[in-house]
Write a protein that binds this ligand. Structure first.
Ligand code: PLP
Length: 426
């Protein structure tokens, strides 16, 4: 029997590929860096002052100025630059008093760095289920808030804001602080307010595939003075360097009461981050524009369910996530292979042959005493949703032609896709 036309036209079945050039992703060098970034890095190098703490006034160092500019951008009282998003989150938790033996709640869908930051403090991550749009579920959070849970980490995963206001209300009701892992959503707002400013503190990264790219780096935003001062010392401000951050007033704590972890940011990255912060709104608009273009053309395509934001424009758009409701792992695998053969970078989140660090059952370090299957069974709803999900990275460098390619390829594969319970892929 001959194949239906739509199926025969798939590159997977020998048809013409949608594109023959590689799908642009940051790890292949598709990043938004310009001459001004080079000049900023050179400015710091030529100054020969690469450490953030020296005899210059704080306001004349690159990192000191970056912190002032970040506080302004976020309309927050304080900002602390540090070495990564993971260390930013660990500093916030530690500064808030999370200690070994405590538990900290985080969603089932987040990068392994979130539970890792929790574990840096000696605490244990407690997984909270996600809803059908992969946002942390406030109802399940409520159920998970036992007395040993001392904090909540909400995550704006893959650039989509979670329902952070509801989550804050649940955490408040339990009397514990909520922190935002806003790493993937740097520069995004919810209801006119910047993500990262809803909780006690917000953690961000400036690692290469984020909306600010300094290779490595991160920062913390907070308006809580005590938490800020403690985080500054913990990040590696010793011998009265804390004063530089609180000037003209004196610190309220002694820096001798806390360990120092050397999670500081250096001047070269500070200089680059300053330059990119100045253009951040434009970078966010580029991401969002590409995402809207693609998502609006794929909306309503029958076999897929596009991940929905919690509010209009509450996303960055760094990746296109959609589910194939009811699909088996084989069907999702077929869909991803078909897209890859069309020339589009895509992954199935639950692909067992390429364990994805964003799926909770692959955080084996956090559940050393149970099998992967037992971990999956404990959070079955999230596992089912994640295993149905396909992730297509949308780099900031996408052209309109690239966006057209992803629309064409997804549409083509959707047309050939057989719904669950039917044989697939010829
Ligand atoms: C959700 C999330 N949290 C934390 C991090 C860690 O950031 P960093 O690599 O700067 O430590 C990442 C990194 O991609 C992330 O996606």
């Amino acid at each position: 029997m001959s194949q239906p036309v739509s199926e025969a036209s798939l590159a997977l079945n020998g048809g013409q590929r949608t594109r023959t050039t590689e799908w642009p992703t940051y790890d292949k060098g598709y990043v938004d860096l310009c001459g001004d970034d080079e000049s900023a890095a050179l400015r710091a190098i030529k100054s020969r002052r690469l450490f953030r703490y020296d005899n210059r006034p704080h306001t004349e160092t690159e990192v000191g100025q970056l912190e002032r500019e970040l506080a302004g951008f976020f309309d927050s009282r304080y900002a602390l630059a540090c070495s990564s998003g993971t260390t930013a989150m660990a500093l916030a938790l530690f500064a808030a008093g999370v200690r070994p033996g405590d538990s900290v709640a985080c969603p089932a869908f987040t990068f392994a760095a979130t539970p890792s930051a929790i574990m840096l403090t000696g605490a244990k991550p407690v997984v909270v289920e996600v809803d059908e749009n992969l946002h942390m579920d406030p109802v399940d959070l409520q159920a998970k808030l036992t007395p040993d849970v001392k904090a909540v980490v909400a995550v704006h995963m893959r650039g989509f804001a979670c329902d952070v206001e509801r989550l804050v209300a649940v955490a408040d009701g339990h009397g514990v602080p909520l922190f935002e892992d806003a790493v993937p959503a740097l520069g995004v707002s919810l209801g006119g307010r910047k993500l990262g400013t809803f909780g006690r503190a917000g953690a961000f990264s400036t690692q290469s595939d984020k909306s600010i790219n300094t290779g490595e780096g991160g920062f913390l935003i907070t308006s809580d003075r005590d938490l800020f001062e403690r985080a500054v010392v913990l990040s590696g401000a010793y011998e009265q360097q804390l004063h530089r951050h609180t000037d003209p007033v004196l610190p309220t704590i002694s820096d001798l009461t806390l360990p120092i972890f050397s999670f500081r940011l250096d001047e070269i990255r500070g200089a680059m981050a300053r330059n990119q912060l100045a253009g951040l709104d434009k970078r966010v608009a580029t991401f969002q524009g590409n995402f809207r273009y693609v998502a609006s053309r794929l909306a309503g395509l029958a076999p897929i369910r596009l991940r929905q934001p919690v509010a209009e424009d509450a996303f960055l758009g760094e990746s296109l996530l959609f589910r194939l409701p009811g699909a088996t792992p084989e069907q999702v695998g077929w869909f991803v292979r078909a897209l890859n053969t069309e020339g589009i970078g895509a992954r199935g989140l639950g692909d067992a042959s390429r364990p994805n660090n964003r799926c909770f059952w692959n955080w084996r370090f956090a559940f050393p005493h149970e099998t992967e299957q037992d971990t999956i069974r404990r959070y079955q709803r999230s596992a089912t949703l994640l295993k149905e999900t396909v992730d297509v990275p949308l780099s900031i460098t996408l052209s309109e032609a690239d966006c057209d390619d992803v629309v064409e390829a997804v549409t083509k594969v959707c047309n050939a896709y057989r719904p669950p319970n039917s044989p697939i892929g010829g």
